[in-house]
Design a protein around this ligand. Structure first.
Ligand SMILES: Nc1ncnc2c1ncn2[C@@H]1O[C@H](COP(=O)(O)OP(=O)(O)O)[C@@H](O)[C@H]1O
Ligand SMILES: [Mg+2]
Length: 328
């Protein structure tokens, strides 16, 4: 029996931005995403984590075709989407939706919630009458646990968490099977964060949605994700199922990120590993392994040779020359 085709396949995705370097000088290339590969199955959550500037949003925007990729292959349900002509982009929009960090700037302040939710339904030809719109709007509001009378109100009348519920309802409106959540809960208060994360995982279970959950904060994804991909300077350095990643990280960068995640049991406290130095510029990345300038375990080979992402005994893929990490 063959394995089912993943919903989304990303193969060796690159997105390089041309940046001017000054008069009469050739432009430089900023390698925001530099050879990223992963799959997402139907109904699966893959979290993409890493410090600010490592290329997470660029991965998301390129998958959504809000940005054209520099190279690589993107397939949705076995169909190439990186080469889709503009005329077929609509179909893609129906199947892949996005929830951004700031619902203030992404929700039209002059439209009622009903209008905001009706827009995609009308655009994609999913409704034929006002009654049908009303019925679907009511269903969506119920799904994101907002009261029915929210339909008549405007975005500014809601709190940050409620506005994010509206954004989620809008993403669900066209019946998408993949939602990219780009720092969707990052701006919210801690308790509200948890509520929205729970809502997303409930919706996922209920609707069989696939989620690409982008977050700079590893702690947020610990209780909801199926798998995690850790990015550093445009590359995935480790990818694993949640349990493996949180219990047996194999990349020193993952270990450092994890050490900052609070644990409920104080006896099980993870030793804090503080990364020294800033994230290097993707305009001029370090030689060899890009993490070597901040890695506590770096040795000569790391400065000259970039490690490949390779399978480990504990089940993940990790890009590190060390077979195992020294105990902390
Ligand atoms: N449109 C653009 N033009 C030039 N550089 C960009 C553009 N968008 C993002 N970048 C750069 O690409 C890198 C990755 O950015 P981004 O994907 O936003 O990272 P993250 O979401 O992980 O914070 C950063 O160095 C950023 O400055
Ligand atoms: Mg981002």
């Amino acid at each position: 029996m063959s394995t089912p085709t993943p919903l989304l396949q990303v193969e060796d995705l690159k997105k390089h931005f041309a940046v001017p370097s000054g008069p009469f000088r050739p432009r430089n290339w900023l390698r925001a995403v530099d050879g990223v590969s992963f799959d997402i199955a139907r109904g699966e959550t893959l979290s993409l984590v890493g410090e600010s500037g490592c290329g997470k949003s660029t991965v998301g925007r390129t998958i959504l075709r809000l940005l054209p990729p520099t190279s690589g292959r993107l397939t949705l349900d076995g169909q190439r989407i990186d080469t889709l002509p503009q005329s077929q982009m609509r179909l893609l929009r129906k199947r892949m939706q996005v929830v951004f960090q700031d619902p203030f700037s992404s929700l039209n302040p002059r439209m009622t919630v009903r209008g905001i939710l009706a827009d995609p339904m009308i655009n994609f030809g999913l409704v034929r009458s006002r009654a049908e719109i009303d019925a679907r709007v009511a269903t969506l509001l119920d799904k994101v646990r907002l009261p029915a009378d929210a339909a008549r109100r405007y975005p500014h009348e809601f709190s940050g968490g409620q506005r994010q519920r509206i954004s989620i309802a809008r993403a669900l409106a066209p019946g998408a099977d993949l939602i990219v959540c780009d720092e969707a809960v990052s701006a919210l208060d801690v308790s509200v964060k948890a509520q929205i994360v729970n809502l997303l995982s409930d919706l996922q279970a209920e609707l069989g949605l696939a989620l690409l959950f982008i977050s700079h904060d590893l702690a947020i994804v610990e209780h909801m994700t199926h798998r995690v991909a850790v990015m550093y300077l445009g590359k995935i350095v480790e990818i694993a199922d949640r349990r493996t990643l949180f219990s047996r990280p194999r990349h020193p960068y993952t270990r450092a990120l994890l050490s900052a995640v609070p644990v409920p049991d104080p006896k099980a406290k993870r030793q804090r590993i503080v990364l020294t130095g800033d994230v290097p510029s993707p305009l001029n990345p370090p030689s060899g392994c890009a993490f070597h300038t901040r890695c506590p375990y770096a040795f000569d080979r790391c400065r000259v040779e970039g490690p490949a992402l390779r399978p480990r005994a504990s089940g993940q893929l990790a890009a590190c020359h060390l077979d195992d990490l020294p105990p902390v």
